[in-house]
Write a protein of this length. Structure first.
Length: 438
């Protein structure tokens, strides 16, 4: 009855109801577009492409596009070119003075940064589109220049349209549009993967059903670990000095600064995954054995997982350094007459916060990397490649993070209008704006 009452409360809030319906409408448009095949592509020959994407890193790329990659859809390139462009722009913001200046200009600077990101996205699409047509489609695509040029334009337009849908979900819908687009693609693959794993276990000899139940239990444990990773915090006590203004007294109360164990959330794993797609572009989306590159085309190989884990740890430190500014936090505390007990205000406070962040970021990055490479271990123990993607990695962390963010958005609307939240035991903690920035 509690769930029914909560759904009734959600439906009563007009603004929330409109946002949910708009989000559903845009998701339906996206899922319909995933099944619209490029004009001129032979549907019968698509079986070759689908066989290519049934395993390896191409399967991960297909997951990000919600299955559009294997369907030769107008949305085949998905949202990853935009994420790649965002990575480049954030790196430029760290190294190039002009972009550093834009980041400090507030809303006008962010508008220009977003504009440059879109330009770079189009440039990436104009490179990836021909690579996809010439490499992945192979014999399924006509060899005429007319098809090549028009299809490259359609692919670029389709990817930018997906980006537009994501932005509309952010503005008019429930929020976190680009994240939500990726989430929809992941969830769309879950029923097929679950049924396929269940059927394969039933067909196997020697306790197939017991193994399937053990897999589900382990998957639930991994999900719980991912939730703890997203929500875990370290609280720093802060004391505010007493101030008397007129007849009123302000301050004096002790509060806490919540520092997240994984402040970067899922962004490092998405950044690292985008970098790991580079061997695909170099190899021309070919699945042929090619020495060094072949090891990076297989997401279960030792070389792939070692580099993937290293990139995740590195990006976790980098993104945390970008998003968490200890000096700014120390200055804000000083301006508000706040201080950390036993620590001098100013530089000492900034150094203390930086030390705490370093101590909690390192184990957080290791745990994030461990969760990211779990699909390789799941495949090693006999789990099908498609279902093993949900045992960790990008799919699980995005799923957990975006779902928590969405539930937090809904709960905020409920509490704002004096309704009970989604949980009686406490507030839902989202990711506090990691990938939501996109």
């Amino acid at each position: 009855m509690g769930l029914v009452k909560t759904l009734e409360n959600i439906w009563k809030i007009e603004d929330l109801r409109k946002r949910l319906l708009i989000t559903f409408f845009f998701v339906v448009i996206y899922r319909l577009g995933v099944h619209i095949v490029l004009p001129g592509v032979d549907p019968a020959a698509l079986e070759t492409l689908q066989a290519k994407t049934s395993g390896g890193i191409l399967d991960i790329l297909n997951m990000f596009s919600g299955g559009a990659f294997a369907n030769a859809s107008i949305f085949a390139l998905g949202i990853m070119p935009y994420i790649s462009a965002s990575i480049v722009m954030q790196l430029l913001g760290m190294a190039v003075p002009y972009f550093q200046k834009l980041q400090r200009e507030g809303e006008s600077g962010r508008t220009k940064m977003n504009q440059y990101t879109r330009y770079l996205t189009v440039a990436i699409l104009l490179v990836q589109g021909p690579a996809y047509l010439g490499g992945a489609l192979g014999q399924a695509a006509p060899s005429s220049w007319g098809f090549f040029i028009t299809s490259a334009i359609i692919l670029a337009g389709g990817s930018m349209f997906v980006l537009w849908l994501g932005e509309r979900i952010t503005d008019k819908g429930i929020g976190n549009g680009v994240s939500f687009i990726i989430l929809v693609g992941i969830i769309a693959r879950l029923p097929h993967a679950l049924i396929g794993e269940f059927s394969s276990r039933l067909a196997s000899q020697g306790g197939g059903l017991v193994m399937f139940l053990a897999e589900i239990v382990f998957l639930l444990l991994v999900i719980c670990g991912a939730i703890l990773l997203v929500q875990g915090t370290r609280r720093i006590p802060v004391q505010y000095a007493k101030r008397v203004v007129g007849n009123k007294q302000y301050g004096g109360a002790r509060q806490y600064i919540p520092l997240k164990v994984n402040a970067a959330n899922v962004m490092p794993i998405i950044f690292a995954q985008a970098i790991m797609f580079v061997p695909i572009a170099i190899a021309g989306y070919s699945t042929e054995k090619d020495g060094f590159l072949s090891s990076f085309m297989d997401h279960t190989s030792v070389a792939y997982n070692f580099v993937f884990a290293f990139l995740i740890i590195a990006f976790t430190w980098f993104y945390t350094a970008v998003t968490i500014n200890p000096v700014q936090m120390a200055d804000e505390l000083k301006r508000n007459n706040g201080f950390i007990p036993g620590i001098k205000p100013g530089k000492k406070t900034a150094d203390y916060i930086d030390t705490i962040m370093s101590r909690i970021t390192f184990p957080g990055s290791l745990f994030l990397a461990m969760v990211a490479i779990l699909p390789a271990f799941a495949s090693y123990f006999g789990v099908s490649r498609e279902f093993s993607q949900f045992f960790g990695g990008t799919s699980l962390l995005i799923l957990v993070g975006v779902v928590l963010d969405t539930l937090q958005q809904i709960e905020s609307h409920l509490l704002m209008r004096h309704y009970d939240g989604l949980l009686k035991s406490g507030r839902i903690k989202g990711r506090s704006g990691s990938i939501a920035a996109y």
